[in-house]
Design a protein around this ligand. Sequence first.
Ligand SMILES: *[C@@H]1O[C@H](CO)[C@@H](O)[C@H](O)[C@H]1NC(C)=O
Ligand SMILES: *[C@@H]1O[C@H](CO)[C@@H](O)[C@H](O)[C@H]1NC(C)=O
Ligand SMILES: *[C@@H]1O[C@H](CO)[C@@H](O)[C@H](O)[C@H]1NC(C)=O
Ligand SMILES: *[C@@H]1O[C@H](CO)[C@@H](O)[C@H](O)[C@H]1NC(C)=O
Ligand SMILES: *[C@@H]1O[C@H](CO)[C@@H](O)[C@H](O)[C@H]1NC(C)=O
Ligand SMILES: *[C@@H]1O[C@H](CO)[C@@H](O)[C@H](O)[C@H]1NC(C)=O
Length: 578
Amino acid sequence: MGRCRSCGSKWILVTIFAVGLLMLKAVEASHHLFTAEKLLQEVPPSTISNRTAFHFQAFKNWINDPNGPMYYNGVYHLFYQFNPKQPIWGNIIWAHSVSKDLINWKPLKPAIYPTGPFDINGCWSGSATILPGNKPAILYTGIDSDNRQVQNIAFPKNLSDPYLQDWVKPDYNPVISPDHGINSSAFRDPTTAWPGSDGRWRLVVGSRRDSQGMAILYSSEDFRTWRMEHNPLHVINGTGMWECPDFFPVSSKPFEGVDNSVHSNGLKHVFKVSLDVDRYEYYTIGTYDYARESYVPDGLSSDNNTGLRFDYGNFYASKTFYDGAKRRRILLGWSNESDSNQDDWAKGWAGIHTIPRALWLSKNGRQVVQWPVHEVKKLRHKHVAVYGKKLSPGDIFEIQGIQASQADVEVTFDASSSLENAEQFDPSWTNPQKLCSEKGEGTKGGVSFGLYVLATGDKRERTSVFFRIFKAKKRHVVLFCHDPTRSSFNSRLYKPIYGGFVDVEIQNHGKISLRSLIDHSVVESFAAGGKTCITSRVYPSFASGSNARLFAFNNGDGEVEISQLKAWEMRKPYINGI
Ligand SMILES: *[C@@H]1O[C@H](CO)[C@@H](O)[C@H](O)[C@H]1NC(C)=O
Ligand SMILES: *[C@@H]1O[C@H](CO)[C@@H](O)[C@H](O)[C@H]1NC(C)=O
Ligand SMILES: *[C@@H]1O[C@H](CO)[C@@H](O)[C@H](O)[C@H]1NC(C)=O
Ligand SMILES: *[C@@H]1O[C@H](CO)[C@@H](O)[C@H](O)[C@H]1NC(C)=O
Ligand SMILES: *[C@@H]1O[C@H](CO)[C@@H](O)[C@H](O)[C@H]1NC(C)=O
Ligand SMILES: *[C@@H]1O[C@H](CO)[C@@H](O)[C@H](O)[C@H]1NC(C)=O
């Protein structure tokens, strides 16, 4: 993705400035060129608090989108949008880290930074593709000397270097320009390429025409000369600019994935976009028609900003990749800060990535399911367990014995004896986020239970992670919410309530599971085995470090039982120098 919407006016100024400098630039071009060594010097480490411990982040300054993730010759590569100079968006380059387990990350020198007229004003998001002969290629959006968005290619300089530290950009860049009337300010984030039925490579680039969002389709014989196809892969009116499109086949076997190149009858695809208009992502499940080169959603969910989301919280610009070593598809996303710019300057850093998640198609084919990669479990340390604990209406039960500011909690609630207390569901309640706000964590009655995480002993500070169950005509409706309204005494913070419905038949057995990864300033939750996920950024004033507590609560009218709860303290992995 590119700039934030709130940066609009700044961008115009930058544009005017850049245009004014155009002539100077030609003369001074060599002074604009960055070197990796110089960029590295800009970033001494920072140890400011509220840092996460096991979520991916840079040692300092601003990060946003994950870029070009790939598994290559035994090593996971993660590139990311990075400002080497400040904890706010700007000066964007591709930073680079490598890992053997997706948990510990070794920082390398920046991989892609402005070096030529085709990317002199920025190196924005893109993807990696492994070409035949086991040769990786990166396609990314460059901001060229006319401030146009163009698509460029880069290759590793030395395929024998196990970390692929140096990347070379051929002189024939850019490989795709905003021709054919494409708006050059709305043309970015190329996907991983896949071979079509005719053997030609395909990829899409996010764009818009007026308010129509679109994924423009390109094809190529040789990965160098790209041709725009007549029809976009997918288009939707009224959705605005499409950032970070992702398009991939999805397996219906739990924890498994399928490589982008696989063709087979009945194989489902996922199409995802990040909507610049509301800064949320949505996806559909559908079929890729190879002959017509089009994507046809199944129509089981809305194909607009009211549709399904990978994550109903603070999560954007996500990208998946196929992990050939473990035959799984992995999803990474960016979680923006929700404190103020002033806080970010004080902290010296902003932005994290969510825990890598395996992603597959749910049993009923209506949505995807996500679960933290199993490697996360090796960080689990000291743990506590609770079995068969009954919570009466109004009960709050403390789970003691671990440091709850850095924890992994798995719990199964049994609400079977309480389901008859469920409030009537009104079919006009189609917006789960709004419903979570209207029936927030403080609303007593009905069936409502969950966890208070990052809480103080007196619970005046707390982030509520909870379910609310309603009775509809034929079945019960399960709502899952994050309510950070009381997460901090700091009033400058943005504390949005998030929510999503959970597609389960709770009336059958009354049980529902929840997993929450709690990491100082982030709470990342997976309801019902990963059917509905929510990520929130929170900044407790007091409930930090060893002061953070963990509780289970029952706000409803009937009894709810904790069938089983396990909570682990998490170790700190090595991430980018810290
Ligand atoms: C390529 O990388 C390998 C392994 O690090 C190294 O031995 C070799 O010298 C490198 N080749 C060049 C041309 O830099
Ligand atoms: C081109 O895209 C930019 C950025 O989205 C937008 O501000 C501008 O209005 C668009 N121009 C046209 C002619 O649609
Ligand atoms: C989308 O909008 C265009 C005009 O911008 C219109 O011609 C077309 O019919 C619309 N398509 C749909 C499916 O609403
Ligand atoms: C989104 O799609 C749904 C059905 O697919 C439709 O009912 C709704 O009106 C659409 N919303 C918008 C804002 O276009
Ligand atoms: C990040 O979140 C803050 C609100 O906390 C918002 O002001 C800012 O625009 C967001 N940045 C982006 C790039 O979405
Ligand atoms: C975390 O951020 C909050 C909000 O800005 C602040 O009040 C708190 O002091 C910070 N925590 C620590 C341990 O610095």
